[in-house]
Every structure is written in C-alpha cells, then in structure tokens.
Design a protein around this ligand. Structure first.
Ligand SMILES: [Zn+2]
Length: 274
C-alpha cells in the first residue's frame, strides 16, 4: 500500500499500485469525506485503516462512478453507517446491475490479476444512499465540498469533486494520467464537452487528482481535452466516410488498442444505437 499522501492542506491521496487508482480523503474540523473506496473488501479494509490513522472523524463517502475500483470497497466503511454519495445513474447501475457487473469484472480480471478478481468478487455491494442529479454541496467539518455532474463522458454518471479552499479538483476517470482513458462504458462524442465544463472549474494553480495516476495540473487536462476532441472528430468523419472502426482507431491519439471500443461506441451512437 502506498499510503495517504497530503497533496494540499487536509487533502490526502492514496494511490493504489493495482490499477494505479486513486482514493482521496478530505479532512475537516470534525468530519471527513472519502472519495472512492478501491476495489473490494481487502483493499477497502486496508484503506480504512490508513484513514483512521489520519482522522477519527465520522466519515461520509463519495463514489465518482459505478466502476468496481471506485466503489467496491464501500462496505469496508460500513461501521461508519454514513452517507454514500453518487450520481443518479451510478446509483442505478449499482442497484439494478451490480451483481451482473461484478460477475463480468471478475471474469475479465481473473486471468491477469487474480488477487484483484478475488477481492472484487467477494465484495458486498454497498449501493450509495445519497443521490446527486446535477450538484450537491457538502459541509465537511467546516469545509465546503461541491459534487458536480457535468455530463456524460467516461460513464453516464461521473461526478467530480471540488475542494475550493484547497484548490483541489477530483476528476474521477474523466481524466486519466499514465494510461489512456478507459472507453468501455464511455460516451466519446460527449466526453470532450464534459471535460470542457470541467476546465471551467479548474484554476491555473489547481491540483487535479485524476481517477488513475499522479496528480496533474490544468495544462494536462487541457491537453487531454484536445486529444478527446481529436478522437471525437475522427469518429464523426470516419462514420461519414464509412471508414472501418479499425482504420479510425489507428489514427487516435490514444492508440488503436485503447480507442477501438471508443470508435465502436461512437459509431453506434451516430447510427442511433446508443
Ligand atoms: Zn472507471
């Protein structure tokens, strides 16, 4: 475990070596907020121990979206019995399709990351109990923390978290450092607009914590926005010109392997299939 590192006053990031995924702790006067909870009961329990070394304060949770590596550790914080915030569509995915997702992800990861697969496979899915539609403002022990849904992108239900007093923005998987963005459940034709809305909330000196990888700055997000826009237009022109999915993906700034599913989903949307 990498430990919780303070990236701004009272804001700590745990960067987990498996999947390079981030969980972020925001500590207020007498309350704390944990954004994302890792992949399962084992990872969640280890994270809970780390959190308790930093603060004994009552804890609320946020899940930036429904993917297992951001929410399957929720139940490890059950003793807190507190609020778990998420976007409406992330809540619906976990409530209505959680076990099906869990099975799919278990099968997907078993060959390459068996320990991870076992952990996520054992998770009891704690469905978020506080629903965000567009925005919510939380008082975390005297600190104002904003939850925002800016549109569809990495999934249909991504939340970003703003800690204005610390100049920190938690972008979830709308921004990814160290690896290409993940397009498996994405809306590649809407993602650039969502990141443009996010850029409006990022000051020049802000610390941006991506869903995966090292903290970045506004310039990094601008660059990734440019790449997402480029892919968006490649998909639109490729569809118009009846190019193959492979030919379009081959020209993507994120490389052909990461981009094929993006092109597939973009084509489906342009054909009316999404
Ligand atoms: Zn994700």
């Amino acid at each position: 475990m990498a430990g919780l590192a303070e990236v701004a006053p009272g804001v700590y990031v745990h960067r987990h070596p498996v999947l390079d995924v981030n969980a972020t702790l925001i500590v207020g006067e007498d309350r704390a907020l944990l954004v994302d909870t890792l992949s399962g009961p084992a990872q969640g329990a280890a994270l809970a121990e780390e959190v308790r070394r930093v603060t004994p304060a009552p804890l609320a949770l946020v899940n930036t979206h429904h993917h297992f590596d951001h929410c399957f550790g929720n139940a490890a914080f059950g003793e807190a019995g507190g609020a778990i915030w998420a976007h409406r569509d992330a809540v619906a995915q976990l409530r209505d399709h959680g076990p099906r997702w869990q099975h799919t992800w278990y099968e997907q990861w078993l060959p390459t990351e068996p320990e991870l697969a076992e952990d996520l496979g054992r998770a009891v899915i704690a469905v978020p109990n506080r629903v965000v539609h567009r925005a919510a403002t939380l008082d975390v022990g005297g600190r104002r923390v904003e939850l925002r849904h800016l549109g569809r992108g990495h999934t249909e239900g991504d939340l970003v978290v703003l800690v204005a007093d610390a100049g920190v923005v938690l972008a979830g998987d709308l921004v990814e450092q160290g690896a290409p963005p993940d397009f498996g459940d994405s809306y590649p034709l809407e993602w650039p607009e969502t990141v443009a809305a996010l850029l409006n909330l990022i000051s020049t000196d802000a610390v941006v914590v991506p869903g995966h990888g090292a903290p970045v700055d506004r310039g990094f997000v601008e660059h990734q926005h440019g790449q997402l826009s480029e892919l968006d237009w490649l998909i639109r022109y490729g569809h118009r010109d009846r190019a193959t999915e492979q030919a379009v993906a081959a020209r993507s700034p994120f490389g052909p392997d990461a981009s094929l599913v993006a092109v597939r989903r973009g084509f489906a949307e342009l054909t009316g299939g999404v």
